[in-house]
Design a protein. Sequence first.
Length: 248
Amino acid sequence: MSFIKLNNVFLDYVVLSTKARSFKSTLMKNTVRGKIINDDNLHIRALTDISCDFSSTDRVGIVGLNGSGKTTLLKVLAGIYNPTSGSITKKGSIAPMMDISVGIDEDSTGIENIFLRGYYLGLSKKHIKSKVDDIVDFSELDDYIHLPLATYSSGMKLRLMFSIATSFNFNILIMDEMILAGDQKFIIKAQHRIDSYLDKSDMLFLASHSNDIIKKYCNKAIWLQAGEVKFMGDVGDCLQKYHNTDNV
């Protein structure tokens, strides 16, 4: 059974103060035996005391204003960020889909990028190879798949990245928004594919500004405000409380 449990998780960012805007000047002035003295640094708290326990069948929407910590929480869940304090326990393969362009190279061909993205996700060459035909077919790129991405239109790139991202099955999906790209025909295809893709997963964490998307795909929700949990529970209750404030 897949699960993710966060226990009293805090995350701080370190930023330079007005006295140390230039990294170069800080390095030149405050370096002692190869170490930078962080006397002028400020710490910004991005997440404050987050505790939650989710397991298989949980579909968790994350709502909040811009800057509330939604994407930061997703990156902590995905293991991209390590918490400053607190603990995370998890079981199950995780697909971070906050940015499906990570691992993609403009100078490589479409075929080569399928393998690059797969390797980024920790997949074997054999596993990736078994999905190539499906990715090429769904992306509708035809012979362009053998050309460098630098020759693609933005829509072609998005079709390829979407096709790659939704071809490999994982237990836990972590998404920052639904990604639908291309002409109307492709958008309809993409919608059907994402529905099928989500059905095959154990768990979902999805940050979105769309009530319709959250209600369609999620059965639970977290409302974040300034990095703190304001409410966690049933998706309907969460959205009602969120929209009964001055947020919308």
